[in-house]
Design a protein around this ligand. Structure first.
Ligand code: NAI
Ligand code: MG
Length: 452
């Protein structure tokens, strides 16, 4: 049994049984058994089941949101959005079974066509930062394409995934089509990765584990999608709406207490606007509402665990005190609260500027030219997302093209929409999730030539 801890209070509120390697084998066997019938279901019927699943998620969204508040320490407003995102992702991909088109390609001597076939059993390994959305980004397109899924949630946050699988069954998904196996990464997760009957792994988590997962998959030429870390820039040119950029910057990094792979944790401001930006930005930081998770007005909660608190505290303790330009306040007590923290006067090679902190910590750095800015922005092994604030749209697009990252936004800090592709350049990952092309990551292309 594994104790689940409420991050806001530090108190154990429940314990769950962890799945052994043998338990994972059993789940994979059931998924394999369920596969042919699920694959062969009429496309419209598979679509209907996914729509019914989406409808039931909607009906249970408040329950799911409240589970996440207790288990993951999310604010109620965020958790409601997350449950709604699961509904939307299921609805979006419910249109896919009937639109899984192949192509007819002109060839000599016959007719050539391609078909998209499901892979079989797909393993989805989910982190603790966004337990519901990241689970759905894996299982919804995988199921829509005709695969069956075994999903391993993070140790600390299994409850919404377990509940979603129950809701799926209630919606009419056949037994074995979507299973959730709470378990330890090195045991249950590793077994899923090495299991010969699992044809593909979708992994979201740390770069370190992601690299190991990829190496394991290589041994079997297993398909793999990786969503790893980030250290994303938020770039503010002097010609931008500085007030707007500054007002939104805290939420670009402190949302979900900074435990977001898209967190804009490096702010770069054109030097001539630096002071003006800082005035508005620090003011906006003071306005971030931290506290009671069930209050709709609350904007930031605690970190997920004592371990994460220690990690984040470690990063900040290594920053010289005079470089901490701002630190907010958080509730006392035994929860894993960490205050919003702003660091200035950092050099490009500083740890705080290079490593993914995964906490509410941001650096702010002036820049003097577009060329210098592009160099600074790309001075990272990551490349997940980024923002560019400017009224000069040519420049905004030029810089968007120059930043090596998968998800850029102009005059906005939002990265994630279920209808657009999401994923990283460089060590931020491999492959793309969401959007119209995600089905390609869950199918094989078969080419058939017919002699005429
Ligand atoms: P992690 O990478 O260990 O955990 C992510 C998932 O992988 C969990 O479900 C875990 O059980 C599983 N896992 C762990 N070891 C495994 C293995 N050997 N084989 C298969 N699955 C395995 O991340 P962790 O340790 O919880 O967080 C550490 C740091 O990683 C964070 O501080 C953050 O910087 C980064 N991180 C980034 C995420 C992102 O969304 N980019 C998500 C989670 C963590
Ligand atoms: Mg780990």
């Amino acid at each position: 049994m594994y104790d689940l801890i409420n991050p806001a209070t530090g108190a154990v509120f429940r314990s769950v049984e962890m799945t052994s390697a043998e338990g994972v084998d059993d789940a994979v066997a059931r998924a394999r058994e369920a596969f042919p019938a699920w694959r062969d279901l009429a496309p419209a019927d598979r679509a209907r089941l996914l729509r019914r699943f989406a409808d039931l998620v909607e009906a249970h969204s408040e329950e799911l949101a409240r589970i996440e508040v207790e288990n993951a320490g999310h604010t109620i407003s965020n958790a409601r959005w997350e449950a709604g995102n699961v509904r939307d992702v299921l609805t979006y991909y419910s249109a896919a079974p009937e639109r899984l088109f192949g192509r007819q390609i002109p060839v000599a001597g016959g007719l050539d066509l391609t078909v998209a076939e499901p892979l079989g059993v797909v393993g989805v390994i989910v982190p603790w930062n966004f337990p519901m959305p990241i689970a759905a980004w894996g299982f919804a397109p995988a199921l829509a394409a005709g695969n069956t899924v075994v999903l391993k949630p993070a140790e600390t946050t299994p409850l919404t995934a377990v509940r979603l699988a129950e809701i799926g069954l209630e919606a009419g998904l056949p037994e074995g089509v979507l299973q959730v196996v709470p378990g330890f990464g090195p045991e249950a997760g590793a077994r899923l990765v090495e299991h010969p009957d699992v044809r593909k792994i979708v992994f979201t988590g740390s770069s370190k584990v992601g690299q190991a997962v990829m190496a394991q998959c290589a041994a079997r030429v297993k398909r793999v999608t990786l969503e790893l870390g980030g250290k994303s820039p938020n770039i503010v040119f002097a010609d931008a709406d500085i007030e707007k950029a500054a007002a939104s910057a805290p939420y670009g990094v402190f949302d979900n207490a900074g435990q977001d792979c898209c967190a804009r944790s490096r702010i770069y401001v054109e030097a001539s606007a630096y002071n003006e930006f800082m005035d508005h930005f620090l003011n906006a930081c003071r306005g971030v509402v931290v506290g009671d998770l069930l209050d709709e007005k609350t904007e930031m909660g605690p970190l997920i665990s004592a371990a994460q608190h220690e990690r984040v505290s470690g990063f900040v303790s290594r920053v010289p005190a005079e470089r901490i330009a701002y630190q907010g306040e958080v509730p006392g007590g035994a929860g894993f609260w960490f205050p919003p923290t702003v660091v200035t006067d950092v050099a490009p090679g500083d740890e705080i500027q290079c490593e993914e902190v995964f906490g509410p910590v941001v650096t702010v750095t002036p820049f003097f030219s577009e060329e210098q800015l592009i160099e600074l922005a790309n001075l990272t092994r990551y490349g997940l997302s980024g923002s560019i604030w400017s009224r000069d749209l040519s420049r905004a697009l030029r810089v968007s093209r120059a930043v090596q990252a998968g998800n850029l936004s102009v005059n906005s800090n939002s990265s994630v929409r279920y209808s657009t592709p999401f994923g990283g350049y460089k060590q931020s990952g491999l492959g793309r999730e969401l959007g119209p092309d995600a089905l390609a990551a869950f199918t094989e292309t078969k080419n058939i030539f017919i002699a005429l």
